[in-house]
Design a protein around this ligand. Sequence first.
Ligand SMILES: Cc1ncc(COP(=O)(O)O)c(C=O)c1O
Length: 428
Amino acid sequence: MRKTRQILDMNAFAPGDAAQTPEVSRRLGNLGAASVLFYRDPIEMVRAEGAWMEARDGRRYLDFYNNVPSVGHSHPAVVAAVSDQIGRLNTNTRYVVQVVDDYIDALKAILPEALANVVMTCSGSEANDLALRVARAVSGARGVIVSETAYHGNTDLVTQVSPSAWKQGSGPDWLERVPPPSAGEDFEASVCRAAAALQRRGHGVAALLVDSIFSSDGVFADPPGVLDAAVAAVRRAGGLFIADEVQPGFGRTGSAFWGFARHGAEPDIVTMGKPMGNGFPMAAMAARPDHLAAFCRDVGYFNTFGGNPVAAAAGLAVLRVIRDDGLQQNAARMGARLASGLHRLAATSLRIGDTRGAGLFLGVDVVDPDGVPDPDTTSRIINGLRDEGVLIGAAGKYGATLKVRPPLCLSADEVDLFLAAFGRVIAG
Ligand SMILES: Cc1ncc(COP(=O)(O)O)c(C=O)c1O
């Protein structure tokens, strides 16, 4: 039987992997068992700009992994906005500070109109934690449906709905897992079965929580519209649809600003994070006012750092850069160039299975000659690309899908550079 892989285990350094440098030893000593470093031979980074990161030894790496600095590492507009705001005022949301409401107004202008309340948090995990609590308060039910290899964050509650983070066990009784909408899977039928199972066990259905590009499941973007019928089924069962936009949001999929919008689905709650501040830690949950009020009847919510003015300034700069630099359109154009190059390479290699995705978020299955998912070759490709000066990661149930996720400011030359390096590595 093939071994399933835990998300933090993919391409991770393990003590004993390589001759340990003093810097790596210091890191392990400081972070202990919770330490996670990339690569068998970890890289010490010192600076980054655009799509490029630079290591202490002066080597430059093309960043095809990191979707946090989505408008480009150290983008000057974000740096200026953050520096300016932190030099003037940084405080919490118990004061009226206009940049915070300017940001929320700008965000609401691109969200479904019904989601008129936004709660700012510091991480995607906090946003999903709150979203689940709101869904439970509104529905009066406890049951949650997620995808098979989902990752939604690191709080106690959210870890329980993040199977890809579990090292052992099978999750709580109030959780049902469904396969992502891949070939041959009827997503609606799976969600209906999951809802019925939760009802049979007396939990009811509080929410369907999905990352609308199913990134940790291995990147499943198609067919557009596949979420609709499943969402309708969850609503019939009394639950809410929570769209986790931490990965696909902010223009990455090219054809839409949000992953759920690509599917034409209307979420009851949207959560977001990662690219929102281009590296400045910020996240949010957007919900209907009556839903948020239902939650706040029992308990209040305050987040000391959530919604601080510096985060708002960073977020506003990110939205402006995406609009002014046409980054969503660039994601569509460069994504198409990247996808066609990958398809060309796949036609020449038995080791490349399915290639799929949307915009600048692609998944490339790595298989053995019999077409079986091949995590060892995936790891060889990841390390080979690192030797070529390209950073890339893995996802999927078996850790055998390459996650191709460069910044949205990517140029055609950078796409071609990646394809050339990838071609050499898979031929090697
Ligand atoms: C889909 C998804 N949701 C939520 C999270 C959690 O976000 P954070 O790490 O900011 O808490 C992640 C992080 O990887 C994610 O990929």
